[in-house]
Ligand binder design. Structure first.
Ligand code: MG
Ligand code: MG
Length: 270
């Protein structure tokens, strides 16, 4: 059952989402060659607790850490390790927070040092596909319109859309109904209504869409070992239109990236 949120509940969800956004912005300053994902995980946990939240993933379904850290061919659910990041890596960072009874959950794939052009393109297209999906989250549309839009956009580049892992409703639970696949035929599933809150999160592979899981029971990686990207936003449906609760602006500010998210907001609102 899809839980409809009140304005007050959405305001609380926004606070949790923004704490995740700020955590990712803090990490953006720290991600560089030589740094371990376990060190970044510790920084994130401290930051979240210092700001009145608790890590949302730690202990959830038994996950051991604050961040899912998935480098290169890892898609999602990577466990932080003592292996230093290297120049040319990419690292998908997924972060959850629980605060005031509500979860925030969003993700960004970072470049480490100097990354190959074709990998940069994978990141750009995956991020753009996130906004293609968000544009579909409006009154009159249905759940599968999001995935259809993401799939159409990314497959045009020859990329693979992960099937087994999906976006989701977000609220007092990390994973609420509905499930939001990143592929599929349009016009199917529940109709969108004001007060719905979704975590929309394309996971896009440079090669095959197929994935495998490591023996650790968590780490998902691409079957062909080519790179994978993951971008996620928390979005509420308000007055028939999508409104971002999370933002990448803290990351852009930290990295000195000119692409300000305001322009993307306007695209979402238009
Ligand atoms: Mg997430
Ligand atoms: Mg999620």
């Amino acid at each position: 059952m899809i839980k409809i949120k009140t304005r007050k509940e959405i305001a609380l969800l926004r606070e949790s989402a923004l704490l995740v956004s700020k955590t990712l912005g803090m990490l953006a300053n720290e991600i560089k060659p030589g740094v371990t994902t376990l060190y970044l995980d510790k920084l994130a946990e401290e930051f979240i607790r210092d700001h009145g939240g608790v890590p949302g993933f730690k202990g959830l379904y038994g996950f051991p850490n604050t961040l899912c850290m998935s480098p290169n061919d890892q898609v999602v659910h990577g466990i932080p390790t003592n292996k230093p990041l290297q120049d040319g890596d990419i690292i998908s960072v997924d972060c959850g927070v629980l605060m005031n009874g509500f979860y925030g959950d969003h993700a960004y794939t970072f470049e480490v040092g100097e990354v190959e052009e074709e990998v940069k393109k994978l990141l750009r297209v995956t991020k753009e596909s996130l906004y293609k999906g968000i544009e579909q989250f409006r009154s009159g549309k249905r759940v599968s319109d999001i995935g259809h839009s993401i799939q159409k956009y990314t497959e045009a580049y020859g990329y693979g859309v992960v099937r087994e892992l999906v976006g989701h409703g977000l609220g007092r639970k990390m994973h609420e109904d509905p499930q939001v696949p990143n592929y599929g035929r349009p016009g199917r599933g529940k109709k969108f209504k004001d007060g719905m809150v979704l975590a929309i999160e394309p996971m896009i592979n440079m090669g095959t869409h197929r994935i495998v899981q490591l023996k650790d029971g968590w780490t998902i990686l691409t079957a062909d070992r080519k790179p994978s990207a993951h971008f996620e936003h928390d979005v509420a449906l308000i007055d028939g239109k999508p409104e971002l609760l999370s933002t990448f602006q803290y990351i852009y500010d930290a990295l000195g990236i000119e692409t300000d998210e305001e322009a993307l907001f306007h695209r979402v609102y238009s």
